[in-house]
Write a protein that binds this ligand. Structure first.
Ligand code: ATP
Ligand code: MG
Length: 576
């Protein structure tokens, strides 16, 4: 846990003054490096592969990398790790930039591409060949795998391992020139086939791939592998601290080996635990599968853990940064409960979302003693948490809608809302009492007849008479029709990707989206615009979806007010 809130105003730090105390192990390493003089500045990078949209796990990395640069008065680059020509697309690059900016971070003019370094990487590969540290291998991918050995058995040297420098130089040059088909040759580092670390058993540096690259076009038909490209890209950019997730820990000796062989600027790789979130998946491959298979409506579907999905769901950048601060940075993998993320958005929106009234499942109420054609403007508070947000007028009239759930003809014990003969408060309006229940020929309740007490205007009774419930409502003739989309968790299993023999898609929650095509909102919402967020009283936080048109507003529910899910789970645990 850290004591620093990302949402607090950013402090100026010019790098000269002593920083505040380290709040995680990465900051400790950085401060030690600054003390010892290993580096005299902090320069990080966020290196997404443009093969999908960013998700909340990437947000952790973004907040960490940009946050460290900010804290130590340094810089953070945005680098597209575009070494794989087949899966990468401009659409992803644009979306990634939009998301990083939306989260509130700025890479200045430091937008870099690993593909810009292809020529330099090629020259460095030639240098390694000349030093006898790399060779062209004709083994197939399958043979290379077989020769690699296992954790308990050493690998076997390739018969091509001892080619002369001249032969290697010539073959590598011809690989680049396009003389060989895909997969027929690779360039490998010459390290140690008996190393206990499999990553050091002559790792592949280049493969042949006759494919068009989104930036370099047809220029290259050999492409560098991640391990060869990444550290050298860090070095070119003068990165001091190259922060990545734990699965690269075993790659660090290789990261260091390449830099040492070349004798170039040597950044420090530091690994941390990736973010896993319950009830969702966090791999671009799986998210892509959901999009391509039509299980969701695109990368920005509000049920997706992508930043674009969370944005469309109504999440604020402040809430996501707050979440990233709260989860902290550690070296051990864990699964963070998604209710923490939900807590963060509630916390943020509670402070700033204007309150409004809307009725999702309407039940008609006629106030039989209220004059026909009379309309009163009731004064409603915009945000009890923030007086400066003021008040607004909400029209009240003889025919209203209340929530169907707020009435029971035969109320169970702890049901305190409206029932025959019972009096409740209508928020900001009057006390009403149910005097009659009107049903259709099927016995369905179609409307309630109520009386109101004119002495309770504003919602308070002068004689001190108490009621046990306050309901939200809208005036039927003034309300605007809206579409409402209610979301639940995308998966009904806490760890959908964690089952060995079952596909994660088997755990998709069939009820993750419920659409209410016609709900009713108070008239002040008529001019709401896409992206605007509100609290619908008693129902939750909502945001206007970009699907909205002039004639039809669409609202997404970001989160309900209370965490019903946690309650259900508690009950289930108690029962078992
Ligand atoms: P995925 O497994 O979702 O495809 P990735 O690691 O392949 O993720 P990249 O585009 O390579 O995705 O990631 C860019 C940066 O974001 C990397 O530094 C990576 O370590 C970091 N990152 C990715 N996923 C997470 C996560 N769940 N938690 C923290 N950092 C992450
Ligand atoms: Mg990756």
């Amino acid at each position: 846990m850290t004591d620093r809130k990302a949402s607090e105003p950013k402090e100026e730090n010019n790098g000269n003054e002593k920083s505040t105390r380290p709040s995680n192990f990465i900051e400790e390493i950085i401060e030690e490096d600054l003390r010892s003089g290993r580096y005299d500045r902090v320069h990080t990078r966020f290196p997404p592969e443009p093969n999908g949209y960013l998700h909340i796990g990437h947000a952790k990395s973004i907040c960490l990398n940009f946050g460290l640069a900010e804290k130590y008065g340094g810089l953070c680059n945005l680098r597209f790790d575009d070494t794989n020509p087949v899966k990468e697309e401009q659409e992803y690059i644009d979306a990634i930039k939009e998301d990083v900016r939306w989260l509130g971070f700025d890479w200045g003019d430091r937008e870099y591409y690993a593909s810009d370094y292809f020529e330099q990487l090629y020259e460095w590969a030639v240098e390694l060949i000349k030093k006898g540290k790399a060779y062209v291998d004709d083994l197939s991918a399958e043979e290379i795998r077989q020769y690699r050995g296992t954790l308990t058995e050493p690998g076997k040297e390739s018969p091509y391992r001892n080619r002369s420098v001249e032969e290697n130089l010539e073959l590598f040059q011809r690989m680049r020139a396009g003389e060989f088909p895909d997969g027929s040759k690779v360039l490998r580092a010459k390290i140690d086939m008996a190393s206990p670390n499999l990553n050091l058993r002559d790792p592949v540096m280049y493969r042949i791939l006759h494919a068009r690259h989104h930036r370099t076009g047809e220029k290259w038909c050999i492409y560098p592998m991640y391990d060869w490209a990444h550290g050298q890209s860090d070095s070119i950019e003068g990165i001091t601290h190259s922060i990545c997730t734990l699965e690269f820990e075993d790659h660090r000796p290789l990261y260091d080996w390449f830099l040492d062989q070349l004798g170039i600027f040597h950044p420090r790789q530091i690994e941390f635990a990736r973010l896993n979130l319950s009830y969702t998946v966090m791999s671009k491959r799986m998210l892509n599968e959901l999009v391509q298979g039509g299980y969701v409506n695109g990368w920005d579907d509000p049920r997706m853990p992508t930043l674009s999905g969370l944005r469309r769901r109504g999440y604020t950048p402040e809430a996501i940064r707050d979440f990233c601060t709260r989860i902290g940075v550690a070296k051990a993998d864990s699964i963070v409960d998604i209710s923490l993320l939900e807590h963060c958005i509630r916390d943020d929106l509670n402070k700033r979302a204007p309150r409004r009234m809307a009725v999702l499942r309407p039940l008609k109420v006629v106030i039989v003693n209220y004059p026909e054609n009379q309309v009163e403007e009731m004064e409603a508070v915009n945000n009890p948490e923030d007086e400066s947000m003021g008040t607004r007028k909400v029209p009240f009239s003889r025919v209203l809608y209340i929530e169907r759930d707020d009435f029971r003809e035969d109320p169970p014990k702890k049901f305190f809302r409206l029932a025959p003969g019972r009096e409740v408060r209508l928020r900001y309006a009057y006390y009403i009492k149910c005097v009659d229940v009107i049903k259709d020929e099927n016995g369905e309740i179609v409307e309630l007849h109520c009386t109101y007490d004119p002495e309770t205007r504003g919602g308070w009774s002068k004689d001190g008479r108490k009621v046990k419930a306050t309901l939200h409502w809208v005036s039927a003739s003034h309300a605007v029709p809206i579409e409402v989309r209610l979301y639940d968790r995308l998966f009904n299993d806490p760890n959908p990707a964690g089952h060995k023999d079952r596909d994660f898609k088997e755990f998709l929650n069939p009820e993750s989206l419920e659409t209410i095509p016609r709900a009713w909102a108070e008239p002040s919402l008529a001019n709401a615009r896409a992206g605007e967020r509100f609290q619908f009283e008693r129902l939750g936080y909502f945001v206007v979806d970009p699907d909205s048109t002039e004639n039809q507003l669409v609202f997404n529910r970001t989160v309900p007010l209370r965490d019903t899910w946690a309650k259900i789970e508690k009950k289930m645990k108690g029962a078992s």
